[in-house]
Design a binder for this molecule. Structure first.
Ligand SMILES: [Zn+2]
Ligand SMILES: [Zn+2]
Length: 137
């Protein structure tokens, strides 16, 4: 099944022809700063299933634990955060689930970087929570 999504202004849109491998709430400091929100909802897909229309801008960060490059792709016009690509997970595309056109069925199963979660954000019942990133598969 395929899903579509876009940034706020529509300059960048995308299609994904796969179901997510995992949907995770991320409380990391970088996600909080990039989104302006308390956490981001990140859906992990096989990178090959993602088709992007438009030219996202890229900001590079370094993974706190991995020391590896993270490419944070966003719309240079409206600023929407869209995707993150990790050098240490080259076959995975992380999609900011808030940019999907249809967000049904994307309840997160896990929470990562709980150690930097804002104090008012209680860990969700039934979600597996990790103090730091996802353990290496
Ligand atoms: Zn945009
Ligand atoms: Zn994060």
């Amino acid at each position: 099944m395929s899903r579509t999504g876009r940034c706020l202004c529509g300059a960048i849109s995308y299609q994904i022809d796969a179901e997510p491998q995992v949907v995770a709430l991320c409380h990391c400091d970088d996600c909080q700063r990039q989104s302006g929100a308390a956490f981001s909802t990140n859906a992990l897909f096989p990178k090959a299933a993602l088709t992007i229309q438009g030219e996202p801008a890229v900001y590079h960060t370094t993974g706190t634990d991995s020391g590896q490059d993270r490419q944070r792709l966003f719309c240079g016009t409206c600023g929407s955060a869209l995707f993150t690509m990790l050098d240490d997970m080259p076959d995975v595309a992380i999609v900011k689930a808030g940019t999907l056109d249809d967000r049904t069925g994307y309840a997160p199963a896990v929470e990562v970087w709980r150690h930097s979660a804002q104090e008012w954000v209680a860990a969700g019942e039934g979600r597996q929570a990790f103090d730091r990133g996802l353990p290496a598969a």
